[in-house]
Design a protein around this ligand. Structure first.
Ligand code: PRX
Length: 593
């Protein structure tokens, strides 16, 4: 079932031929791949070009495909290998054990009255039960809503209430980097009608087990995930069950060229789309072992990833440029002390990878023997959209080619998608081309991604809206208004730079900065920190009163030629911004105040 497309993403001529056909005859392409799914009832067509519907009439279940069928065929094969904060924290969950855990959680949910279509919140670190919780929802047709365990109480409460979640699956606390992270302290703001179910001592939980599967059709939803857009509120993304499953699994199979005995390790978190598509659903669908890690890559020493790869004989490793850059700072010995010879594919996701990180990843980690799959995609696209062909002669830091069946284009420097594909989120408008918000250029036949063009900042691969920062900063009494823009950061890729206008106030600047840090931390989470703050008397605005953020972006980035100054009604504000930016306060220093 796995092997007929190994060369599709490796040989340029074969790629070109399949690609051309897949654009002309999408139904034909996708019909071939729906065969990997175990159907209760086969769909009438993979893609109906007239109604633009995927998998019409098909009936299946995502959990059945990821768990049950492998538990029947390969019950003892490890489905999940978990590593925790300390080096000897290791658990191995076979497919048959995973089925037991999933069945138990599904039974608990049912006993609490959860039905098909109900929303179930999951606020958990990277433990096997978190993945089992997602699968349990899929099994009974409930819609999971995972909230990253690093998000604050407010961020948690907002997401649960705006998605109308009925229950929250969680644990009280876990350890990361040698420190305890307490999740239960964040439950105070939750509405009283949300039931909290603690999955910590699952074995002791008494419940009547039910094995029933709620079969899903092509219109049913699998999950909700919030991400950031250009407004102040998190953006709700909904993915369908069956078409999404078809897309993530086909991209995984072809782009990584998977083999049955691959051991796969992705360092993302289920709080993000990568953790949904390529930690949980795609590897388990193909019955691969997925290695997960809830600790910190540098605790107790900076070789945790490399040690895990050696111990588990990992063949595909998928991580983010920010992790590569931070590990690149340590002595090569941390990598070289480990036998990584079974690695055959390295992946990168979440932000543009710079040449130096690419080179280090290729040479030091991959020993010049593994292609770097620089995969570009988004929460909205469900799965990988652009990746380089699998070869040892890649162009560093160039994302590559569109996946089969996807028609990309670059219009006014923005990457757009002109047709439909099964992974597109349900919340995207059906009649329009899909705008990605990312800048791109052609490099020969390849697409090179330059980064976001809108008001989204990518901090360590985490997407945050500048407006979300501004809302948090503007909540402080002393602040009149603010504008947040992105500036480059050596490790994090980008970081936030805040221009802040104060009311008349008597508080000291260090106190105000502390309040800014506290407010973004409370409202969004610790990942949301403005590293630079510049105090200005006024912000540049258009005649209609809109803040001209792109000018402030130019100023914060110290660009000499500022664009479109004529649109500013108060040009003096630009001069103030320049002076303030040159004296901006670096907040990491202020944290220690
Ligand atoms: O700007 C692009 C960047 O991450 C954004 C999507 O973020 P999110 O929805 O959180 O999903 C991240 C995981 C898929 C994109 O709009 N991005 C993601 N991968 C790459 C990238 N930028 C450049 N190169 C990539 N490989």
């Amino acid at each position: 079932m796995l092997f007929d497309h190994e060369s599709a993403w490796a040989d340029e001529q074969i790629y070109n031929k399949i690609y051309e056909n897949s654009i002309k005859f999408p139904n034909e392409f996708w019909t071939h791949h729906i065969k990997d799914i175990s159907w209760q009832k086969e769909p009438d067509s993979a893609f109906d070009e007239i109604s633009e519907k995927w998998l019409s009439g098909g009936i299946s279940n995502v959990c059945y495909n990821c768990v049950d069928r492998h538990a029947l065929k390969n019950p003892n094969k490890p489905a999940i290998i978990w590593y925790g904060d300390e080096e000897n924290d290791r658990r191995e969950i076979s497919f048959s054990k995973l089925l037991d855990i999933v069945t138990k959680i599904a039974s608990i949910l049912k006993s609490r009255g959860i039905k098909k279509g109900d929303v179930v919140g999951i606020y958990m670190p990277m433990v096997p039960e978190a993945i089992a919780a997602m699968l349990a929802c899929a099994r009974i047709g409930a819609i999971h809503l995972v909230i990253f365990a690093g998000f604050s109480a407010e961020a948690l409460a907002y997401r649960l209430s705006s998605a109308n979640a009925k229950v929250l699956l969680t644990i009280n606390a876990f350890k990361r980097g040698g420190k305890e992270v307490n999740l239960s302290k964040n439950f105070d703001l939750l509405k009283s009608d949300i039931k909290i179910i603690n999955l910590e001592n699952l074995e002791n939980y008494k419940v009547e087990l039910t094995n029933e599967i709620n079969w899903q059709n092509s219109e049913d939803d699998l999950f909700i995930l919030y991400t950031s857009g250009s407004s102040g509120n998190p953006k709700k993304i909904v993915h369908s069950a069956l078409p999404y499953m078809l897309y993530v699994t086909t991209t995984f199979k072809i782009i990584f060229g998977i083999k049955e005995d691959d051991v796969y390790f992705c360092t993302s978190d289920i709080g993000w789309i990568t953790g949904h598509s390529y930690i949980t659903y795609a590897p388990l669908f193909y019955g691969l072992t997925t290695v997960i890690f809830s600790g910190s890559p540098t605790y107790p020493t900076a070789d945790r990833y490399w040690k895990i790869i050696e111990q588990e004989k990992v063949s595909i490793f998928y991580t983010a440029p920010t992790a590569i850059r931070s590990l690149q700072m340590f002595n090569k010995k941390f990598v070289k002390d480990h036998d990584l010879s079974l690695l055959r594919i390295l992946g990168s996701v979440g932000e543009p990878i710079n040449k130096s990180a690419w080179k280090w990843y290729f040479e030091t980690v991959g020993n010049k023997k593994c292609p770097i799959m620089d995969t570009w995609w988004q929460t909205e696209t469900g799965g990988i959209v652009i990746a380089p062909l699998r070869s040892l002669h890649q162009k560093p830091a160039v994302a590559g080619r569109p996946f089969f069946g996807i028609k990309t284009n670059i219009i006014y420097s923005e990457l757009i998608i002109e047709n439909k594909w099964p992974g597109i989120c349900k919340t995207s408008k059906s009649h329009e081309v899909f705008k990605t918000g990312d800048g791109a250029i052609y490099d020969g036949n390849d697409i090179k991604i330059s980064g976001r063009m809108d008001d989204v900042i990518n901090i360590s691969g985490h997407r945050l809206g500048t407006a979300e920062f501004e809302c948090a900063i503007n909540k402080i009494n002393e602040v009149k208004e603010s504008a947040v823009v992105a500036v480059p950061d050596e490790i994090k890729g980008q970081t936030a730079f805040a221009f802040v206008v104060l009311n008349d106030n008597k508080n000291s600047i260090p106190d105000i900065i502390k309040k800014i840090i506290k407010s973004t931390r409370n409202i969004i989470g610790p990942i949301a920190k403005a590293d630079f703050v510049a105090f200005v008397p006024d912000l540049p605005k258009t005649r209609s009163g809109k803040i001209v953020r792109h000018l402030l972006r130019d100023v914060a980035n110290n660009r000499k030629n500022l664009s479109e100054i004529h649109s500013v009604a108060n040009p003096k504000a630009i001069e103030f911004a320049k002076i303030a930016a040159s004296q901006a306060i670096f907040c990491p220093d202020m944290c220690r105040l």
